[in-house]
Design a protein around this ligand. Sequence first.
Ligand code: RIB
Ligand code: CA
Length: 319
Amino acid sequence: MAKPHPVLLDVDTGGDDALALLLAMASPTLDVRGITCVAGNCALEQVVTNTLTLLDAIEAPPVPVAAGMDRPVLEPGLPAPPLHGGDGMGDLGLGAPRRSRVDDHAVEFLRRTLSDAEEPMTMICLAPLSNIAMLLRMYPSVGEKIERLYVMGGTYAAPGNTTPAAEFNVRYDPEAASIVLNSGLPVTLYPLDPFMQVRFTKEEAEAMTEAKGAGARIAGGIALHYCRFFGMDFSLIGDAGTVATVIDPEGATTVSRPVHVDLSTGTSRGATVFDRRILTDGFVREGEWTEVDVVTRVDASRYRKLMASALGADEALDD
Ligand code: RIB
Ligand code: CA
């Protein structure tokens, strides 16, 4: 087997960030070298607590966890969305964390970790991009040690979720998203289009809560929380789909397209506008545009199986 691929995760844990962390920590193909926290789904301190608690609950190795930006680079931030529950992670009652964060601010932690890395590292960004934008603005040279940024954010052809035009991670900190997407670094964007595809049924989630592994039980509990919150008989795996794309890129369909982040203060603020025109020569394109790789769809069945298998819960799946 090939050596596990070193990765850094930036999260706003968040129930679906927790699903992503469970997959990343369980996957034999990834070597999680650090987790940085940022305000988004809930306040920064709650994000840090949820991340530490989750790692304790699965008896994870001592992976460093650093706290970062407690608000966007420019605005005061949006209210925490209610869908993740009172504690932001599905109210599973996992108790207080035993382990602690590192003292460094997330930006310093990332600078040092990337600077010291022997090889460029992959970053998996599942949250508002405030930490990553500050890192790139304060220490531009670290870009040489970033192999690729996999970013959960934006929409390609799908509607927004936080507003009709914008997806939550980008809308929460549009300026940060613009800085990162226009950085010129290799970016694979995982927008709401594939994000909405990969789901577990309520029955599968219930079966997972009976599984042997703590990770599977927690994943089932989070999925059931979302089923209850939305009154649906399924739950998305959300951010975990982004991690699946890193683990198994063959399961994702990707195109390269110029993208622009709308920084206006109007109703489309935080929209990710893709230039999908075939003929563009001689046509106008105002503002800042950068070509990124964007996942337009994924093999949902393949990624469901990948996640269930990583958590040792293959038998929980109906298909
Ligand atoms: O819009 C979905 C994204 O916003 C996910 O990353 C979710 O965790 C929230 O951060
Ligand atoms: Ca997230």
